[in-house]
Design a binder for this molecule. Structure first.
Ligand code: NDP
Length: 290
């Protein structure tokens, strides 16, 4: 293997320690303990695991974490009423509604209801709109984590050709916006299932971000020697193990740097949720960001 491994777990540990220090200082100096409220509807096992991870991570960082578990047959109006209550609760700085919601619920309407000042998951269309026009706003957690991984690895985005595979509102699309903003200055190709000659498109990339949810989609022949490969994919292999979208072993032979799955982007996603919650707690009280 020639590629440098970009260790998201180690970076997450480092960033979370800094967040914990900042939380301790905020509490000591201003009596503020940032609070994260997570809402989960139904008993989807993956959602329970994700919310559990976020809960433990926020408590470990010294934040206040509350979980609201609603039954699978919760009515839209009851869910919306809980979100309104959390909007009005001064002890809550960040609100997270875990997706997917059961089919009968309108997740877009719920996301729109979260007040922008507490939209730490950055899924409210208002937040996405501010990002698109380059105004300061919360950054959605997974793309934010990808940016942090690139920055920490010393990857220069200015002028770089970045190919993102996957155009979801959760990952690919917001990441494409973040990377093309002034200051990051990448030239981005946002690829998807209709992209012609994906392999050829990827071969032109200095950085490839795979976020398609397809095991083994990115293979060695698609990667220019020395390119940086970020694997967002989180899929269950036939043996039940977690695997990414990148054929890791063969791509690691040609890439310059690569993130593993697990231990790459995943830990950074949770970390950036904590970062957003900390920023929300400061901003809501008019305190400067550090
Ligand atoms: P979506 O299913 O919403 O989007 C997948 C995207 O990939 C779509 O734009 C789709 O194209 C594109 N795509 C699918 N197959 C191909 C293909 N063969 N070639 C090119 N493009 C393709 O997924 P998400 O964005 O929600 O998630 C993507 C992956 O990232 C999943 O594995 C998910 O589990 C993981 N994930 C990981 C996170 C983490 O913290 N590590 C957080 C969030 C997601 P089209 O639009 O044309 O259908």
């Amino acid at each position: 293997m020639s590629a440098r491994i970009l260790d998201g777990k180690a970076l997450a540990t480092e960033v979370r320690a800094r967040i914990a220090d900042d939380v301790a200082r905020l509490t000591a100096e201003h009596g503020v303990r940032p609070g994260l409220a997570a809402v989960i509807v139904g008993d989807d096992p993956a959602s329970q695991v994700y919310v559990g991870m976020k809960h433990r991570a926020s408590e470990a960082a010294g934040m206040r974490s509350e979980q609201h578990v609603l039954p699978a047959d919760t009515a839209q109006e009851d869910l919306e009423s809980l979100v309104r209550q959390l909007n009005d609760d001064d002890a809550v700085d960040g609100i997270l509604v875990q997706l997917p919601l059961p089919d009968h619920l309108d997740s877009r309407a719920v996301q729109e209801l979260i007040v922008p000042a507490k939209d730490v998951d950055a899924l409210n269309p208002y937040t996405a709109g501010r990002l698109a026009i380059g105004d300061p706003t919360f950054l959605s957690c997974t793309p934010y984590g990808v940016l942090e991984l690139l920055a920490h690895a010393g990857v220069e985005t200015s002028g770089a050709n970045v190919v993102i595979v996957g155009r979801s509102n959760l990952v690919g699309r917001p990441l494409s916006v973040m990377l093309t903003l002034k200051g990051r200055d990448a030239t981005v190709t946002l690829a998807h299932s209709r992209t012609r000659d994906l392999a050829g498109v990827c071969r032109g990339a200095d950085v490839i971000v795979a976020a398609a949810g397809q095991i083994g989609l990115v293979t060695a022949d698609m990667v220019r020697p020395g390119a940086v490969v970020i694997d967002v994919g989180t899929n269950r292999g036939e043996d039940g193990k977690l695997v990414g979208d990148v054929a890791f072993d063969e791509v690691a032979e040609v890439a310059g740097a690569i993130t593993p799955v697990p231990g790459g982007v995943g830990p950074m996603t949770v970390t950036m949720l904590l970062q957003n919650t900390l920023e929300a707690a400061r901003a809501r009280r008019g305190l400067p960001q550090r």
